[in-house]
Design a protein around this ligand. Structure first.
Ligand code: SF4
Ligand code: SF4
Length: 172
């Protein structure tokens, strides 16, 4: 059974920090293609059981990077000029190389739903990224969100079971 309660996930994640570090070490030794296959399968079975519109935790807690295509698409969607969109919703690094949505939670999260869903940034479409190959190369980024994303949390826990790795949580 999947766990979707964010407070339970956050609490459990904190008790599993050591376990997860050990698990990442073990994953690094596994065959990359085999791990990708397992993660794809688990993601395909677990993701449909989790309703992102009842969660919205990534939209409430992450900084979203946007590129030029994202900005143009969102501006068009909102009937704004690109400049007008950027002034209202985007913060840029001083060199202008990095652009992020300027608010956390995201400006466009309304009642846990994305108000610009069809035009949402590429990064939002890809999150949490468990459908992408080379899972082992993204361990740090994935585990960084283990405590906030029910999809990641449940896929990782199922992956531990699949690999039949007996791991004892710190303090147990
Ligand atoms: S644009 Fe939509 S999907 Fe992306 S963070 Fe904002 S509310 Fe969430
Ligand atoms: S991607 Fe993860 S954190 Fe974001 S809404 Fe879906 S379950 Fe929640």
């Amino acid at each position: 059974m999947v766990i979707t309660d964010l407070s339970i996930i956050a609490r459990t994640a904190s008790s599993k920090e050591e376990e997860n570090l050990r698990f990442q070490e073990l994953l690094r030794k596994e065959d990359s293609d085999a791990i990708d296959k397992l993660v794809f399968e688990l993601n395909e079975s677990i993701s449909p059981q989790i309703d992102c519109t009842c969660c919205g935790n990534c939209c409430r807690s992450l900084m979203i990077n946007v590129d030029c295509d994202d900005t143009e698409r969102l501006a068009k969607h909102l009937h704004l000029s690109k400049k007008g969109f950027e002034e209202k919703y985007i913060e840029k690094s001083t060199e202008g190389t990095l652009a992020i949505m300027s608010a956390i939670p995201c400006h466009f999260l309304h009642n846990n739903k994305c108000a610009v869903y069809n035009a949402r940034p590429h990064e939002c479409r890809e999150f949490p990224g468990l459908h992408k190959p080379d899972f082992k190369r993204r361990l740090f980024a994935t585990f960084m969100h283990y405590d906030r994303c029910p999809i990641i949390y449940n896929v990782i826990e199922a992956l531990k079971e699949e690999l039949k790795i007996a791991m004892v949580s710190e303090g147990e």
